[in-house]
Structures are given as structure tokens and as C-alpha cells.
Design a protein around this ligand. Structure first.
Ligand code: SF4
Length: 513
């Protein structure tokens, strides 16, 4: 089968994605992929226009053949289709530089356009693939490439020949993968959230009860469990053993146990370890922030306070990076009017946001209630992590929020989608996109409030709730039947040990001197 840059791009993310693309598998989730595609196409179109405007028309080639590329006196070629017997690529642009001297060949430079400011290694490898295919088609070395990327049209020069070996290794792996009649073993990864096959793969993982459903588990941890013959979440749940902690360790936080997470899912119960606490001394202000990490830019600060009778909601929106200082100052102004505000958020994104805002725009007056609130914000995730295990596959706000009854009612329901909406809004300024983002952010704030009130309740009433277990105490025997079963198991264990002690062969050293 022909190996294309489309397959390589997928393979760099996930072998399953590469195999599914090659097999023409039906796409289950096209929205994220289509938006990403539209963004990169529009970025590339703008950049091509820019390059064309700087090159004389007579020196430009559009969709040239291999012969045109070899023969003509051109400087810039656009839409170049490169093909060999087993490789195919489509190059957005190729630049031709004159020879550096007599007897020296002309130089061809492969060009790729990437819309993001931050570049991953994947972009360089894809460029190196383009250069390799072009070089094999023309029978001429193409050892240089350029990635033009980001808002400032930054140019990164890449020595593609240095990446050729790595690219060839990927090509060999893809060839082996595509020759197989069935897809590779399925493993859910962070990229799934933006993949066109996410519903299909999640469904399969659920059917298999696959360990990769537990999103916090690393590949190394999963491999270790596979080596022990543990492949499913249910199997993992059997391995959890409650342990009493020694007095010295009682005040130290336990490490995170995936087996306990699995047990919580299997039993559909909440498990508590240690003594989780949540102390809110003041007026809770539920905070959620949206940003564009690629630009280090925060464009929306959402806050919610009060109760159902007198609810106050704030959505501070920045049209551009120049407005970031204004929305931060407005937020500080709001906090100033609240008596002893206590900022409550979910995850480290807001912790970093607060730190960066102080670095960028200065600290609120020292010793003020606002300065205290900003410095001592409460991260709910750090209260939950390794102390409260919900029966959910991840500790994300969406999973735990849904479990506790929070709802996302608008068209935007997760973070990656919000990024795509914001980028679309910047291009179109369509008011419905902004409305959808404001609603999403407020739903996040409401979810943080829901999680906070449930957490407080769970911690307070844990001992009397049927849906909560304490996992550092041995399992309670709930009924007479349970007592009977435990008694039988214990006598089985004892007699097995007794028989073993009597039937074993004992070797002892004999002194023959
Ligand atoms: S959803 Fe995840 S596992 Fe499935 S193909 Fe996409 S990235 Fe791979």
C-alpha cells in the first residue's frame, strides 16, 4: 500500500489511528478534526498568498509535474504532488535556490505551514518526509526544509537530511502495520480527545474493560500490569488490599492507587483514604479560566458566587491579548468588593493563571483580603487526588462533575472544543460562538460549585453513607452470610498452610567429618 504523509501524521500520534485511516474506517467524530483542518488550510492559504506576493509571477509554478520541476527556471512552486513507487506526499510549497557555484547543483527547499506558535517534533518529521519523497522522485538531494508557523510567520530552518533515518524507521513500521489484516492493540491516549475515531475506540475500550480507560495510568504502569496478567479494570480492582497505616505515616498522604480507582468503579462507590479536608473560611468564589496555551493568552475569566437566591455570575472577556490586563484588573476589582473571598477552582490551570497574572500585572496590595485569596486559592483536585476515589475513569472536572450531577448544556462541552470555538470566533467574530464559550465557562463554574458542595457533604457524612467506603480499614463484614464466607475462607487458608508444612521436603546439612 502507498504510504502517505496523511498516514505518517496519524502514526506519529497513534498506530491505531494510522491503521484505521488506511482501512477507510468510518469516522465517528469529525467536528474537532474538521475544525483543525479548516484552521490549517486557511493559515496555509494566507501564507501562500504572502509568498506569491513576493515572487514574480513568471517565476512561480502551480501544481507542477516532476518534469516542470526539473526543467524550468522557477523560484517558487505551489501545490507540489510528489510520488514514488511506495511513497506519496503533497508539498504545500517548494523553494528553488540557485547553485552556490559552478558544478554545484541547485538547491530545493521543502516548505510546510503550521498555524501554531509552538512547534512539535511531528511538524519537523512530516517536513522531512516531504523532502524525502521529493528527493526520491526527482533523483536529487533535498536536504533542507522550512516550517513557517504561528502568528508572526516565524521561519524555522530544518536540516531534513538529519531526520531521514528516523523517517525511514517510521515508514518501515507503517508498512508492517498496514500489511496486518487487523488493527493493533487498542490503547486510549490523550490524543483521543481530538481524534476522529474517539467514539469508536472508547466504545471498544469499554467493551474490553481495557486498562487504558484509567486516564491517569502511564504506559509503564500498564505494561507492568500486563506482565502480571492484568488486562482489565475489573481484574485490577481485585488486586487492591486495604492496609492499616503505621502511626508515623498516618499524617502523610498516601500515594495514588490505580487498583483502588478500579475498585471504586467496579463497586460504583466512593472510596476515602486518610482524612481529606476542605476548609473554606470566607465567601467562596468559584473560578474558571479559558485561554489559548499556544499564545500564553487568557481570554475569559469566569466567576460565580452566592447561592440560588442571590447568584452573581461574571464573565470577563478579552477580544485580544491587549485586553488581558483589563480583564485581570476587573476581576481584582470584583474580588475587592467581596468580604473575605476564597477562590475555588479545579486543577492547576487556574493556579498557573493566578501566578502568571501576578507576574505580568503586579500583586494586589499586600495583606489585603484579595492578595490572600489569590495566594491561597483552593484547588479541589488536590483535595480529591489520592484521597477521594470516585467511580469515574478520570479525576477530570467533566467526569467527576457529571457523576455528581453537573451539566454542560451548550454546544461546547470540553476544553479542546472551546479552543476551536475561540479560534473560529477570531476569524468570524460570530456572536453565537462567543455566547457558546461564555455558557461553557459558566457551566464549568457551576460544576466547580457542585463538586465543592458534594465534597463538603461527603467528607462530613462519610461514616453514615452507604455509597462511601473507607479504604484504609479492612473491609467490614456486613452480614451473617458474609461472616460465614469469611470464616470458610480463613479455615481453607489455614488447612492449606498446614498441609503444605507437612508435605514439604526438608533439606538439612549433615556434617560428615
Ligand atoms: S481514538 Fe485514540 S486510540 Fe483510537 S485511533 Fe484515535 S488516538 Fe488512537
Amino acid at each position: 500500500m502507498m504510504i502517505t504523509s496523511h498516514f505518517l501524521e496519524a502514526h506519529l500520534k497513534c498506530p491505531t489511528k494510522c491503521w484505521l485511516r488506511s482501512a477507510g474506517e468510518q469516522i465517528t467524530d469529525s467536528r474537532c478534526a474538521q475544525r483543525a483542518q479548516a484552521h490549517s488550510e486557511s493559515y496555509a492559504a494566507d501564507e501562500i498568498r504572502r509568498l506569491l506576493s513576493r515572487t514574480h509571477q513568471s517565476e512561480c509554478l502551480l501544481s507542477p509535474s516532476a518534469d516542470n520541476l526539473k526543467a524550468g527556471r522557477w523560484k517558487l512552486a505551489i501545490d507540489v504532488s510528489a510520488k514514488t513507487s511506495h511513497l506519496q506526499s503533497y508539498l504545500q510549497a517548494v523553494e528553488r535556490l540557485p547553485s552556490e557555484g559552478r558544478g554545484k547543483p541547485i538547491r530545493l527547499i521543502a516548505i510546510r505551514f503550521v498555524s501554531t506558535n509552538k512547534l512539535s517534533k511531528d511538524a519537523k518529521l512530516l517536513l522531512a518526509f516531504d523532502a524525502l519523497v521529493l528527493s526520491e522522485m526527482l533523483g536529487q538531494e533535498v536536504s533542507l526544509g522550512k516550517v513557517i508557523h504561528g502568528d508572526k510567520h516565524t521561519t524555522l530552518n530544518v536540516r531534513t537530511s538529519a531526520l531521514a533515518f528516523e523517517v525511514r524507521q517510521h515508514i518501515a513500521k507503517i508498512a508492517a502495520l498496514l500489511s496486518s489484516p487487523s488493527p493493533p492493540n487498542l490503547v486510549l491516549i490523550p490524543h483521543c480527545a481530538e481524534c476522529e475515531f474517539q467514539t469508536r475506540c472508547r466504545q471498544k475500550a469499554l467493551e474490553n474493560d481495557d486498562l487504558s480507560l484509567l486516564s491517569g495510568m502511564t504506559e509503564k504502569e500498564r505494561k507492568k500490569l500486563h506482565d502480571k496478567g492484568i488486562f482489565t479494570v475489573t481484574q485490577l480492582s481485585y488486586t487492591f488490599r486495604p492496609r492499616r497505616r503505621s502511626k508515623q505515616l498516618r499524617d502523610k498522604r498516601e500515594k495514588y492507587h490505580h487498583s483502588l480507582g478500579a475498585l471504586a468503579i467496579w463497586q460504583k462507590k466512593i472510596h476515602i483514604v486518610g482524612n481529606p479536608e476542605i476548609m473554606i473560611e470566607g465567601t467562596p468564589v468559584y473560578l474558571d479560566v479559558e485561554g489559548l496555551p499556544d499564545r500564553d493568552f487568557y481570554y475569559l475569566i469566569g466567576a460565580r458566587l452566592g447561592n440560588l437566591d442571590s447568584l452573581a455570575r461574571y464573565s470577563l472577556w478579552a477580544d485580544s491579548i491587549e485586553d488581558e490586563r483589563r480583564i485581570w484588573n476587573e476581576f481584582i476589582g470584583i474580588l475587592t468588593k467581596i468580604r473575605d473571598p476564597v477562590l475555588i477552582h479545579y486543577g492547576s490551570y487556574e493556579t498557573v493563571f493566578l501566578r502568571r497574572m501576578i507576574d505580568r500585572y503586579g500583586v494586589p496590595p499586600a495583606e489585603s483580603a484579595v492578595a490572600k485569596a489569590v495566594k491561597k486559592s483552593i484547588n479541589l483536585l488536590s483535595v480529591i487526588f489520592a484521597q477521594i476515589y470516585f467511580p469515574t475513569f478520570s479525576n477530570g472536572l467533566k467526569d467527576i462533575g457529571h457523576y455528581l450531577g453537573a451539566k454542560w448544556t451548550g454546544p461546547v462541552t470540553f476544553g479542546l472544543q472551546s479552543l476551536a470555538y475561540r479560534l473560529d470566533w477570531e476569524q468570524s467574530l460570530a456572536p453565537e460562538l462567543k455566547t457558546a464559550l461564555l455558557a461553557y465557562n459558566q457551566d464549568d463554574c457551576a460544576a466547580i460549585e457542585t463538586v465543592t458542595s458534594h465534597l463538603t457533604q461527603i467528607i462530613r457524612e462519610a461514616k453514615s453513607r452507604a455509597d462511601v467506603e473507607f479504604s484504609d480499614t479492612p473491609k467490614r463484614i456486613a452480614s451473617d452470610k458474609g461472616l460465614e464466607i469469611h470464616g470458610s475462607l480463613e479455615s481453607l487458608r489455614r488447612s492449606a498452610h498446614f498441609r503444605y508444612m507437612h508435605s514439604r521436603i526438608k533439606l538439612s546439612a549433615v556434617n560428615t567429618s
